[in-house]
Design a protein around this ligand. Structure first.
Ligand SMILES: [Zn+2]
Ligand SMILES: [Zn+2]
Length: 346
């Protein structure tokens, strides 16, 4: 798309809002948000704004009043507000706030450079056998590698909305599955693979900056749902935001699960986990989860309550949540399949 055929930014913004996306105006010719009012704009390190009043942008009165202050925090899908913003700055580009729009956008960079060693190409992943690292040139190759490892089709172009950036990279747009929230983490998924999610934003197709235009690549104009395999990889690499369970000191002591003999058995298992030393923590947690799993049905225990108590005990022992949750799930599951015979010979 040449600059002469570039669509009117206001129409792009209203089109985006009609998709349910939340937009912000970008300073004309750039990919950074427009400057907010004097009170809300700290300025730059070189040119600090003396009239700036330090405050938290969340809940700033300006945003409530409809001003485009605090960048992505002002994002809206309100057509009236959007119209007013672009009447004021007709040449403003369009940014799409990922989180409030329910979007997860893969930012695949193609700026060359020397690829890192295998372990950092796709951190935490065992790469397919026979990979020649010399075949990796940029983020596209890294994403192709991830797709190969997952036996998934390469998601660009004809599967979902894909936007080519002026620097030759691509943004592959996805809808977040309902109920999931995400955060951006630079480089956590792979080399030259970033994720626009949560509080970050992407430039809408049709926007033209001094560096060039953001254009749709391929035929697909629809945004597909984030594939399950990719959601799992984003979760694995820390992009998924999960509600934090509160941490309490020595919580397992205050838990009363079951009665009588069961209660003391439960407490014994939880204490063993909480007091386990590095080296034996995993084994102890596995055994405890299994044993408590065998008691669930016979003693009529609440599965979630037991799992929570085990997790808290595991935290006390210093086990990472992800690891502990997996051990609890599999241990309890195995135990449940071999229920204890209460009061019997077993
Ligand atoms: Zn303001
Ligand atoms: Zn403000």
């Amino acid at each position: 798309m040449s600059t002469t055929t570039a669509p009117d930014p206001r129409r792009v913004a209203l089109w985006a809002a009609a998709q349910g996306w939340h937009v912000i105006p970008l300073a004309p010719g750039t990919k950074v948000p427009v400057r907010g009012c004097d009170r809300c704009s700290p300025g730059t390190k070189e040119r600090p704004n003396p009239r700036y009043v330090q405050h938290d942008g969340h809940g700033c009165e300006c945003i409530k009043a409809g001003r485009a202050c605090h960048g992505v925090l002002a994002a809206t899908a309100d057509a009236e507000r959007i119209t007013a913003w672009w009447e004021r700055t007709p040449k403003a580009g369009v940014g799409i706030a990922a989180g409030p729009s329910g979007l997860v956008i893969l930012d695949v960079d193609c700026h060359g450079g020397t690829p890192p060693e295998d372990p950092e190409l796709l951190p935490g992943l065992d790469l397919p056998h026979g990979l020649a690292p010399s075949s990796i040139v940029d983020g596209r190759d890294v994403l192709a590698l991830l797709c190969e490892a997952r036996r998934a089709p390469y998601p660009e172009g004809d599967h979902t909305l894909t936007v080519r950036t002026p620097t030759g990279g691509v943004h592959i747009w996805f809808r977040s599955p309902t109920g999931m929230t995400w955060r951006p983490l630079a480089g956590a998924l792979g080399w030259q693979l970033d994720v626009r999610a949560g509080s970050s934003y992407a430039v809408a197709p049709g926007t033209v900056t001094r560096a060039g235009a953001y254009t749709v690549q391929g035929r697909c104009r629809m945004v597909a749902e984030l594939p399950a395999w990719l959601a799992r990889d984003l979760d694995r690499t820390g992009h998924r935001v999960r509600a934090e369970r509160p941490r309490v000191v020595l919580p397992w002591r205050s838990r009363l699960i079951g009665t009588g003999y069961i209660a003391s058995a439960v407490r014994g298992e939880l204490s063993a986990v909480a007091e386990a030393q590095p080296g034996t923590r995993n084994g102890t947690l596995n055994r405890a989860a299994f044993r408590l799993g065998t008691l669930l049905a016979p003693a009529n225990l609440d599965r979630g309550q037991v799992a929570d108590a085990l997790l808290e005990a595991a935290r006390h022992a210093g086990l990472p949540d992800r690891e502990a949750e997996a051990a609890i799930r599999s241990g309890m599951g195995a135990g449940e399949r071999q229920p204890h015979t209460l009061g019997g010979a077993a």
